[in-house]
Design a protein around this ligand. Structure first.
Ligand SMILES: [Zn+2]
Length: 239
């Protein structure tokens, strides 16, 4: 088991780094309100806590019994997909109270779930025995040990399938983190290599989302002939 601070730093500085970059860029170029900083801190606190969730029994076991036992919460193995789903359920409920919006609550829950899964991922890399599929399969397993074999020792198909499972697992955790953060306003924007239309820039303004706010300004609309024209923000124009 890696130290708790490693779990926390792995989730915040590795998996969430694109969002941190996007926030820093917006703060430097456009400035952000102090409430945005608190929003960022709140998200990182939630993610940090959930990245430690599977080891949380160590806290009460240390206080009550003086041990660092951290793999069981009663009869339930904490390093399992079932236990990690508590992160999604608990934080999505919290998100519903905070946002009063079901979609954002689900995004926050997904962010928390990704944090908890990142714990399993890191423990797996460190040769930890993980009971992924409790209660359907109660034997502990270690995915990374399956790919740490010589090609000659195993079936070629098995060798590649084991590698694909690892890649899919890592990709899922990364995508859950980045997509949920992007939905909550933390993302980095892609600019196409070559803009084909002169009004392309204005479309970026229309769709770009930085720190949860949509930029106002010029945008395009389609005429009856299918031509794109640039208009000022009509809402402001009418006022
Ligand atoms: Zn652990």
């Amino acid at each position: 088991m890696p130290y708790p601070v490693v779990h926390l730093m792995f989730f915040v500085f590795c998996l969430s780094s694109p969002a941190l970059y996007g926030f820093a860029k917006t703060a430097r170029l456009e400035g952000v309100h102090w409430t945005d900083w608190w929003y960022l801190m709140l998200l990182l606190a939630i993610g940090g806590f959930c990245s430690l969730l599977p080891d949380i029994p160590a806290v009460w076991n240390n206080l009550l019994y003086g041990t660092m036992e951290h793999t069981m919460a009663g009869p339930v193995p904490t390093h399992s997909l079932l236990f990690c789903s508590l992160a999604f359920i608990g934080v999505a409920f919290l998100g519903q109270l905070l946002y009063r919006n079901r979609d954002k609550a689900i995004a926050l829950g997904t962010f928390a779930e990704a944090a908890a899964l990142s714990h399993l991922l890191l423990d797996d890399v460190a040769d930890g025995a993980i009971t992924y599929f409790y209660p359907f399969y109660n034997e502990s397993m270690n995915l990374f040990s399956y790919v740490d074999v010589d090609l000659a020792d195993v079936n070629f198909m098995y060798y590649n399938l084991a590698g694909i499972v690892i890649v899919v697992f890592i990709s899922c955790v990364m995508l859950m983190t980045l997509v949920s953060l992007n939905y909550l306003g933390f993302g980095i924007q892609y600019r196409p290599f070559k803009a084909k239309r002169p009004d392309a820039e204005s479309e970026y303004d229309k769709y770009s989302v930085t720190s949860g706010s949509t930029r106002k300004g010029m945008y395009t609309s389609e005429t009856e002939h299918g031509m794109k024209v640039i208009e000022a923000d009509s809402a402001e124009k009418r006022q």
